[in-house]
Ligand binder design. Structure first.
Ligand code: SAM
Length: 284
């Protein structure tokens, strides 16, 4: 059917993101020793403005995520919606920033691929086994569940199924929760993404929703507070010594091209804060 074909194209976007991130890390924009296990090769050269755009995206999202985890002293959970082949779990483990539980959701076929990679590559599986205390680690073709890391195959447009599966794997609505969607909502209709954002607002009393994508589409249904910064602004507030370092990596002829690119995207975040963590002020 048409839906199957277009869903297949959506699923393939996780490889684009991974390939671009792998290329940028191979150039030294940031470090990610795990991404090589998810992208077969470095791939063809990407333009410097693309690499800088990914740099701002990854650093900007990490900044919000790490600030939330620190603020809650790791007594929180993270749900990466449409996680694709993202490697954040391993970075957090290495940086001693693992939340109580890190959930990822993507289509079952993407999840099956990710789990296959984890199963067959010890640098990916070892940290999961190391952080798991009992012998009840669940690892089958469509789900992985350990003490701190859980991957679930589900369609984000089917909210009741999503909710049911997350609860089956011990999602705790009482814990401060960070939801992340990085280039994901854009693949749904406005009403589908609105349902998802609404579900999150209804489910958690203390939470932050971080969304990276094109500027116009942010929805603040049911959230107490929302903010957005375009990527040009994010780029200018990232640690400037590191920005100076990456700007020396590759010559960029047309600065205007980068500006235009960054202005089209933004990081938005919405918060609700019954526990008074102060998570609305997290970026300052
Ligand atoms: N967030 C990852 C990143 O930034 O590296 C992957 C981004 S990729 C552009 C979009 C991801 O969202 C894909 O892995 C795709 O399968 C997933 N996705 C999109 N729509 C989805 C849906 N309805 N249900 C589950 N996953 C979905």
């Amino acid at each position: 059917t048409d839906t199957d074909t277009s869903d297949e194209a959506v699923r393939a976007t996780c490889d684009d993101a991974t390939t671009c991130k792998r290329f940028a890390t191979s150039k030294g924009y940031w470090k990610d020793p795990y991404i090589q296990h998810f992208a077969r090769s470095v791939g063809e050269r990407k333009a410097p403005e693309i690499n800088r755009g990914y740099y701002a995206r990854v650093q900007g999202v990490n900044h919000l995520l790490d600030a939330f985890i620190r603020k809650t002293e790791r007594d929180c959970q993270v749900i990466n919606l449409g996680a694709g082949l993202d490697t954040t779990f391993w970075r957090l483990k290495d940086e001693n920033l693992l939340p109580r539980k890190f959930f990822e959701v993507d289509f079952p076929t993407v999840v099956a691929r990710k789990i296959h990679n984890i199963k067959t590559k010890p640098p990916l599986s070892k940290p999961i086994i190391e952080t798991h205390s009992t012998d009840s680690l669940l690892l089958d073709a469509h789900s992985l569940d350990s003490d701190h890391y859980c991957i679930i195959g589900a369609d984000l447009r089917d909210i009741s199924n999503l909710d049911e599966k997350l609860k089956k794997f011990q999602l705790n609505p009482e814990l401060p929760t960070l939801l992340l969607s990085e280039c994901v909502l854009v693949y749904m209709t406005p009403s589908q993404s609105s349902n998802l954002v609404h579900w999150a607002a209804d489910t958690f009393h203390t939470a932050m929703f971080v969304n990276y994508e094109q500027k116009e589409r942010f929805l603040k249904t049911g959230w107490a507070h929302a903010d957005a910064l375009d990527m040009m602004t994010i780029y200018s507030v990232l640690p400037q010594d590191d920005v100076a370092r990456i700007e020396r990596l590759e010559f960029l002829d047309e600065k205007e091209l980068l500006q235009q690119l960054l202005q089209h995207y933004s990081i938005c975040w919405a918060t609700k804060d019954k526990l008074n963590l102060g998570n609305a002020q997290i970026y300052s």
